[in-house]
Write a protein that binds this ligand. Structure first.
Ligand SMILES: [Zn+2]
Length: 492
């Protein structure tokens, strides 16, 4: 948890936070953005390099078409307008992991602009603007451990140099750490749906920097911002922002000034620390990259990419609520990943009664998962298993009670429903009418008043009798059969 500096609630209420996020997403191309070196993660250091990504004199970059496809697809999914002609630019700075002495990025003419992501706030849905989405190359990596002389040396791995990235820059529209968390969750989900990145934060495929300032409520001008860098989970970003808001208010309230700087978040302590004062944009001496032509993504190419756009999470959720009669809350769980939603839909469509599949997920799966602290992707019962169980209930082969028992066994044994059903010898509920008829006879005799009401035309009374029979059979009877036999008895 973030340990927040002691700022009074009153002081907190006087200020509002202004947050903007910069997210770097690594694109899932097989080769780098300007050369044919592999982008594979985890290879031995400095094995995926060539004169281009090492920045050797005379080597010329050649743009990877796939990286453009992916970047445009992501930008479209984020509701951006695609700029037909965008320009690559050199961002000049010195850093040991940047052999060229500059990074090829985009500056004043980025690939895409004016997008948005919608997030839920206590006041309703809110659009967070996306200023720009641009293409750039990644830098290398400094290694401080994992090699022989690590105690007093730093090593450089240039495998990552030249890996394609998109940078997604938000407008300063985010007004709370919760909104920032929601924005990032939505962004990641959308990118995952497009399939252009695996968004794996541990491997650095998704990285986030946050710009944060506070200002007195009602003031138009922004306060001085700080940038929190290299936070490796969305939860930590939320915590770092919470801390930074309190810290900045504390500084201002005690008469101090916020200095514009980069700060690092220490998750163990829940605090941010000043790292270095922030370079201004002009320090980078951006200029158009002379070795690359302007990038032209014309209407025809844009149309080709647009056809690759999948149904996006929000639209899919709305459709699924209608198609399967599930609640808004549960549909969120079912669409947590595209793979899971695909599995669910395939299972539901294959089942005799799709709504029953959705109902079973809610009534039998969600609660058991919660009790075990499992995510739905880790469920021992797969969506296929849910569909099979739904069909068995639908056909009357097993009762609701038996189904519950099988789900319990599945969770105990960590095995899927079909496996457990097989292990238990594919039991079916009794269709033995003689013992059921005996129960029915007894119940009819014991409830003359209800029989009279039924025969006088109150047909809904049947529910009462079904309930009594199910209870007497300890839930083992086949409800369809009970209905059938009761009808005969009472009407006959
Ligand atoms: Zn290379």
């Amino acid at each position: 948890m973030a340990t927040t500096p002691d700022t009074s609630v009153g002081a907190r209420a006087k200020y509002e936070p202004v947050i903007g996020l910069e997210v770097h997403v690594q694109l899932l191309t097989a080769s780098k953005i300007f050369c044919s070196c592999s982008t594979r993660f985890g290879d031995a250091p400095n094995t995926n390099v060539c004169p281009v990504c090492l920045g050797l004199p005379g080597a010329l970059p050649v743009l990877n078409r796939k990286a453009v496809d992916f970047a445009v697809l992501a930008a479209m999914a984020l509701n951006c307008e695609i700029r037909e002609t965008s320009i690559f630019a050199r961002k000049n700075y010195f850093y040991p992991d940047l052999p060229k002495g500059y990074q090829i990025s985009q500056y004043d003419k980025p690939l895409a602009e004016h997008g948005w992501i919608e997030v839920k706030t206590p006041e309703g849905m809110k659009k967070i603007g996306i200023t720009r989405v641009h293409l750039e190359e990644d830098a290398g990596k400094s290694l401080h451990e994992g090699f022989a002389e690590a105690a007093d040396k730093t090593a450089i791995d240039l495998n990552r140099t030249g890996v394609p990235l998109i940078e997604i820059v938000s407008e300063p529209d985010i007004a709370s750490p919760d909104e920032a968390y929601d924005y990032l969750t939505k962004l990641k989900e959308i990118i995952l749906y497009t399939g252009v990145s695996d968004c794996n934060m541990e491997e650095g495929s998704l990285r986030c920097d946050a710009n944060i300032s506070v200002r007195p409520r009602g003031q138009k001008e922004f306060g001085t911002k700080t940038e929190v860098k290299n936070v490796n989970s969305f939860r930590f970003i939320r915590e770092a922002l919470e801390y930074e808001i309190e810290r900045q208010i504390g500084v201002i309230e005690s008469g101090g000034k916020i200095s514009q700087e980069t700060r690092l978040y220490n998750a163990d302590e829940g605090k941010t620390y000043g790292m270095r004062s922030k370079e201004q944009a002009h320090d980078y001496r951006y200029f158009p990259e002379p070795d690359l032509l302007p990038l032209v993504v014309d209407e025809k190419w844009q149309a080709e990419i647009r056809r690759m756009l999948p149904e996006l999470p929000e639209a899919r959720r709305q459709r699924m609520v209608g198609d399967y009669g599930i609640t808004e809350k549960d549909v969120v769980a079912l669409t947590a990943t595209k793979a899971l939603a695909d599995q669910f839909e395939a299972a539901a469509k294959a089942a005799k009664n799709p709504k029953r599949v959705a109902n079973l997920v809610q009534s039998e799966l969600v609660g058991r998962l919660r009790a075990k602290g499992l995510e739905i992707e880790q469920s021992p019962v797969s969506m296929k298993g849910v569909a099979m169980s739904a069909d068995l209930v639908e056909s009357g082969a097993i009762s609701g009670k038996m189904l519950k028992d099988f789900y319990d066994l599945s969770f105990e044994r960590g095995k899927d429903f079909p496996v457990v059903y097989e292990e238990e010898g594919r039991p079916e509920q009794s269709r033995d009418t003689s013992s059921l008829e005996k129960i029915i006879d007894e119940i009819v005799v014991a409830n003359p008043k209800q029989v009279e009401q039924y025969r006088a035309g109150k047909k809904t009374m049947i529910g009462f009798f079904v309930g009594q029979v199910m209870k007497a059979s300890k839930g083992q009877a086949n409800p369809q059969l009970v209905n059938e036999l009761l009808g005969k008895k009472l009407d006959g």
